[in-house]
Structures are given as C-alpha cells and as structure tokens.
Design a protein around this ligand. Structure first.
Ligand code: SAH
Length: 223
C-alpha cells in the first residue's frame, strides 16, 4: 500500500516524473545525482492531496501557513550549486527553511548528514512524519530562527537557505567550513531576489551570482 502511494499513478506516475526530469535537463540541470533525486523523491507526498496531481509541474505550490514548496527547478539548481563538481561529496549540510521537507529529502541521499531548521513548528512536525515514512534517517531537525544557523554542528561544508534574506546573515558565514564551505541562498527584497553562492577559503568569501529567483522571505524569530 505504502509502495503504491510512493510510486504514484496517473499524474504522479514514473512517466509524469520523467517529463519533469527532461524539462530540468533542458533548462540546464546536469548533475545526474540531482536528476535522480527529482526522479525518485515522491513530491506528491509533501503536499495536500488536492494538489497532488500538480506535483510534477515545475512550479511552487502552497503548503499552508502562507508558505510554498519550492519549484523543482530551483531545488535542483540550488542542490547542484551546493555540490559544485560532480566528484564532490558533501558530509555536513545545514538547511534553513525545512518547509514541507521536499528539499531536505532531495539533499538527504546526496550528503552524509543534513541538519535542518524551520521557524514554524507545524511545518517541521509534518516534514518529520513524511521523511520518516520515506525512510530518511540522516536528518536532524530544529525549531528555531535559522538566520542564526545551528552552531552546535558547525562547521558545515554546505549551507542551503530556502527563504530570501535582505542581507547575508553573518552567523551563516561564520558557520561555513573555512576549507571551501559553500553557502547557497537567495538575497534581496520581493520581486528582486538573486541567488548567490558564497564560497569560503579561510577568511575570504567569494560570491557568485546564479540568477533571479522568487522565495518567501527569511523571517526573524520563531512562529
Ligand atoms: N525547502 C522547502 C521550501 C521552504 S519555503 C521545500 O522543499 O519546498 C521556506 C521556509 O522557510 C518556510 O517554511 C518558512 O517558514 C521558513 N523560514 C522563513 N524564515 C525562517 C527562519 N528565519 N528560520 C527558519 N525557517 C525560516
């Protein structure tokens, strides 16, 4: 029963998912590990049943509490940017903005450990349940303001932020590994956000712009 739910039928079937993977490839996603995750993670389980038939469209969709599940292209782009070359293996990754947990599920199979922080408790609890159902075991969860990072498990070789900050949070820069740690995050106000990748080498931080994006805002405090 669980298997049928995971593999999907009709608009959530393997064929529908393959169309999404093709589309992401056409848009420039190259890393086969990332494409494989998009193929295999059942995105329809992370959203309300009423929206499940749209789960493999390349679009953001509502998950309640005024938040959205990220667009598959953006999840793929950010995951690819975090990885860098296809030979890299990331060990310790911090994710800010768990939301429904879809991006967490994509990341979890590609890295040794994900620490994920969400400011809205009900979303975090729901994400925990789904990730458990999917058999994901290498994720630790925290209900907190992610703009402060999660110092206890730093340094991170990757930090991915799924909500847009007005400025790059200093705590996240400090918690990056000085040995090539990468921070991928959207920065800027509504309507003018840009995706950045910041790579740390000792006290040098190299910034690259990866294009325009549209995220919900990174909000201080907990909800
Ligand atoms: N990663 C999700 C999308 C998350 S939407 C996916 O895979 O679809 C962005 C999330 O960031 C929301 O759930 C929002 O509550 C959360 N968020 C916003 N500001 C935050 C903060 N300061 N700390 C932690 N989470 C935050």
């Amino acid at each position: 029963m669980a298997d049928a739910r995971h593999s999907g039928i009709g608009m959530t079937s393997a064929r529908t998912r393959e169309r999404l993977v093709q589309r992401l490839m056409e848009q420039g996603i190259k890393d086969p590990r990332v494409l494989d995750r998009v193929r295999n993670v059942p995105r329809h389980l992370f959203m309300d049943e009423a929206l499940a038939s749209r789960a493999y469209e390349d679009t953001a969709l509502p998950i309640g509490f005024g938040q959205t599940i990220s667009q598959p292209f953006v999840v793929a782009r950010m995951t690819e940017a975090l990885h860098g070359s296809t030979a890299t293996v990331l060990h310790n990754v911090l994710e800010i903005g768990t939301g429904c947990g879809y991006q967490t599920a994509v990341l979890s199979a590609l890295v040794s450990r994900v620490s994920t922080v969400e400011r809205m408790q009900p979303l975090l609890e729901r994400a925990k349940v789904i990730l458990k159902e999917l058999g994901v075991k290498n994720v630790r969860f925290r209900h907190a303001d992610g703009s402060l990072g999660w110092k206890a498990h730093a340094p991170y070789d990757g930090i991915l932020v799924a909500a847009a900050a007005h400025a790059v949070p200093q705590a996240l820069l400090e918690q990056l590994s000085p040995n090539g740690g990468r921070l991928v995050l959207p920065v800027g106000p509504d309507g003018a956000q840009e995706l950045f990748r910041i790579t740390r080498r000792d006290e040098h931080f190299v910034r690259e712009k990866l294009g325009g994006v549209s995220f919900v805002p990174l909000v201080g405090g907990i909800g």
